[in-house]
Design a protein around this ligand. Structure first.
Ligand code: FMN
Length: 351
């Protein structure tokens, strides 16, 4: 069976070329996830490191899905959306309770503390909800091989260094990473005695039809949108943040991978291997100019009281975004974004 046929049978509501919504912590919640799936993509709720309110988001998604005039066809009664976990922080038992109770079509794992921990998450998920597919986001050939050898993921999300938010400190763009990962994974599977390779989904820097088409040319079976969806009506995001996404351009220059924003926001706990890409602002300039971290934190805390005015190059609130941010020009509905990309890939590839 081809990867596309597999996708279609596992997620019967989708339309291809497949567009996936990244499980962005605090931002991709029920509205975004359900709209993504409704538009023929796969939507994920981003639980992140804290699953204490995840159940309420899943329940809301369930209600939204039940209210659709035509229910989305799903396999074995799984919920036609996914749930994304940042494994190093999320509680395994609490997450598994939710996975068991709601049977999402997929779970998305990211940044586990070790392959042993990833194996525990995967085994527990498969035991709790056998029809839930296990997606793992990786950012290097090594991570991809370790993952494939340890847990046999159903889907590998290959994240290039252009990605917004968290990822590996040392990375490569999708243009080199994806083909090398695919070659290495396929060779490893042959070496292990054969079997079906995972489905490969590309993430990082894909914002519009040309990037999405390029990812398919590189060998992706589908694409992830993160930064593009920050400028959607369904994003749970402050207006100031969203406007900064629309304003920023030339992402290679205007964004940076750094730990500065995690430190200011006290979202620490990430391994040394990971940092996050965001738009350069005043707190970043101050940090690299040598400002005392406590002072920078204090200024950050004061900025949080300014509301939307707290975002911008001369302000201090964090604008996590990928280097494709300059291609995001307008706030649109998830439905329009997904349709434009899907149809655009067909157009660019001349099918
Ligand atoms: C604001 C923001 C928050 C994110 N949060 C998460 C997260 O909680 N879990 C995760 O696995 N990935 C997260 N990511 C990374 C995405 O999964 C994805 O790899 C990335 O957005 C793709 O690159 P792009 O932003 O260029 O589209 C986040 C990305 C952004 C921009």
């Amino acid at each position: 069976m081809s990867s596309l046929q597999r996708l279609q049978s596992l997620y019967p509501w989708i339309k291809t070329p497949l567009v996936v919504g990244a499980p962005m912590r605090l931002i991709a919640l029920a509205d975004m996830a359900v709209e993504l799936s409704k538009a023929g993509g796969i939507g994920f709720i981003g639980a992140g490191t804290d699953v204490s309110d995840l159940e309420s988001h899943v329940q809301k998604a369930q209600l939204l899905l039940q209210a659709l005039p035509t229910p989305l066809a799903s396999r074995s009664k799984t919920l036609p959306i996914g749930l994304g976990f940042i494994n190093w922080g999320a509680s395994l038992p609490d997450s598994i309770d939710i996975i068991k109770k709601y049977s999402p079509a997929a779970v998305w794992f990211f940044a586990p503390t070790s392959t042993t921990s990833l194996l525990e998450w995967t085994r527990s998920t498969r035991a709790a909800s056998p029809d839930t597919q296990v997606w793992v986001q990786v950012g290097s050939v090594k991570e991809a091989l370790d993952t494939v050898k340890t847990v046999t993921p159903d889907v590998l999300v290959v994240q290039g260094t252009d990605a917004g938010g968290h990822g590996l400190v040392r990375g490569a763009s999708l243009i080199t990473l994806l083909p090398e990962v695919q070659d290495a994974v396929r060779a490893a599977i042959v070496e292990q005695g054969g079997g079906e390779p995972p489905i490969f989904i590309a993430a990082g820097g894909i914002v519009e039809k040309r990037g999405a088409a390029a990812a398919h040319v590189l060998g992706a079976d589908g694409v992830v949108l993160g930064t593009r969806l920050l400028a959607s009506h369904e994003a749970n995001i402050a207006r100031g943040y969203q406007q900064e996404i629309i304003r920023a351009s030339d992402g290679g220059q205007s964004t940076v991978r750094t730990k500065v924003y995690d430190n200011l926001r006290r979202t620490t706990g990430w391994a040394e291997t990971h940092n996050a890409r965001g738009v350069i602002n005043r707190s970043y300039h101050d940090a690299i100019s040598g400002m005392d971290e406590e002072r920078n934190k204090q200024l950050y805390d004061e900025e949080t009281k300014k509301g939307d005015a707290g975002w911008g190059t001369h302000a201090r609130m964090t604008t996590y975004a990928g280097s494709g941010v300059g291609l995001v020009k307008e706030v649109k509905s998830v439905e329009d974004i997904v349709r434009e990309i899907r149809e655009g890939v067909e157009e660019v590839l001349g099918r």
